[in-house]
Design a binder for this molecule. Structure first.
Ligand code: WQD
Length: 312
């Protein structure tokens, strides 16, 4: 079942999931940081074998403006889910972490052992995720019966191929892919390319974009393979894609040029970040198969079918 306060999603999502999967997914509207709400979700729909902790704010730029909200929400949710989950006897806890916990670009491409130095991280979002990882590591030590898996996402993008579920950020999107989608559908006037003078092949920033369905499949594998102890995996493709390459791919999906112009660099941005996903491939038997063209095609299909997002 889903426990969600609907801060960044819509109550129509469970019915769309049911349409795709043929499975009804109960939604409990509540705060994952509230032990009472978590407890009542167990009362109504439990018992459960596992918790997957997705509940967090995730906009890097916003976290710099609202650090207290980010630390409070991103840690309190984990504390409440752990307190209640352990008390109710769950076996596995899968945590949505991030490739932005890696602090030294000299380590690229990032393996799971790459440097993670809290004081070097540029924003409260990434720091809150690394702090979560520390909490989960120590809690697992004290509860050997609990299997903990940390999944470090790189740049999740894309939508389900049905066009029924997809990313629908509220307000002006911070992230590149949803911003390009809003320009393509006519909701925003022009794409701003944040810097074209980076030390990369075409001068624009490179990221390891991963299709959200590949990411979801990685979670299923992590649950299936959950073994005693603590496990950490990068979930990425290992292929860096630049801003210009992503835009070109999106234009191919749309079938026309999109308005764009080069803007100054965005504070805090790295030139490039991408991983090696070899450990997840080896130990989980998982690999990302969808290309950047699959990602832009599915986002464009989602955006066309839902020009105003979930709320229309
Ligand atoms: C990608 C590239 C920008 C917007 C995100 C999430 C973060 C984490 C990692 C999960 C960069 C450029 C962007 C625009 C642009 N996710 N850009 N014009 O910053 O890598 O972080 O993924 O843990 O939560 O925020 O992603 O999409 O913001 O930027 O040129 O309008 O696109 O400079 O090179 P980022 P992004």
């Amino acid at each position: 079942m889903l426990l969600d306060n609907l801060a960044n999603t819509s109550r129509v999502v469970p019915s769309r999931i049911a349409e795709i999967t043929g499975t009804e997914v109960p939604l409990v509207i509540g705060d994952a940081a509230d032990d009472e709400h978590v407890g009542s979700a167990f009362d109504e729909h439990g018992p459960f074998d596992a918790i997957i902790q997705f509940a967090a704010h995730k906009a890097v730029g916003e976290s710099v403006e609202k650090p207290l909200e980010y630390y409070a929400n991103n840690l309190d949710t984990t504390y409440a889910l752990l307190r209640v989950g352990i008390a109710r006897g769950i076996r596995s806890f899968v945590f949505s972490s991030t490739g932005t916990v890696y602090s030294d670009p000299a380590d690229l491409p990032f393996t799971e052992q790459a440097t993670r130095n809290l004081v070097e991280l540029s924003n409260p979002y990434s720091k809150s995720k690394l702090m979560n990882e520390t909490v989960l590591t120590d809690v697992q030590q004290a509860h050997p019966e609990l299997n903990v898996t940390l999944l470090r996402y790189f740049n999740p993008v894309g939508a389900h191929e049905s066009g029924l579920v997809g990313e629908d950020p509220k307000g002006i999107p911070n992230n590149l892919m949803p911003f390009v989608a809003r320009v393509a559908v006519g909701k925003l006037p022009e794409i701003g390319i944040f810097g074209a003078d980076y030390d990369t092949p075409d001068g624009t920033g490179q990221r390891d974009y991963i299709h959200v369905v590949d990411l979801a499949e990685g979670h299923v594998k992590a649950l299936e393979k959950a073994a005693p102890g603590l496990a950490v995996y990068n979930l990425g493709t290992g292929n860096p894609v630049s801003v210009r390459e992503l835009i070109t791919s999106f234009e191919k999906a749309v079938g026309r040029e999109l308005p764009k112009s080069v803007k100054p660099r965005r504070a805090g941005d790295l030139a490039a970040t991408y991983c090696t996903p070899a450990k997840a491939e080896r130990e989980l038997g998982w690999t990302a198969t969808r290309t950047i063209d699959d990602m832009t095609r599915d986002v464009w299909n989602w955006q066309q079918n839902n020009p105003g997002g979930y709320e229309g």
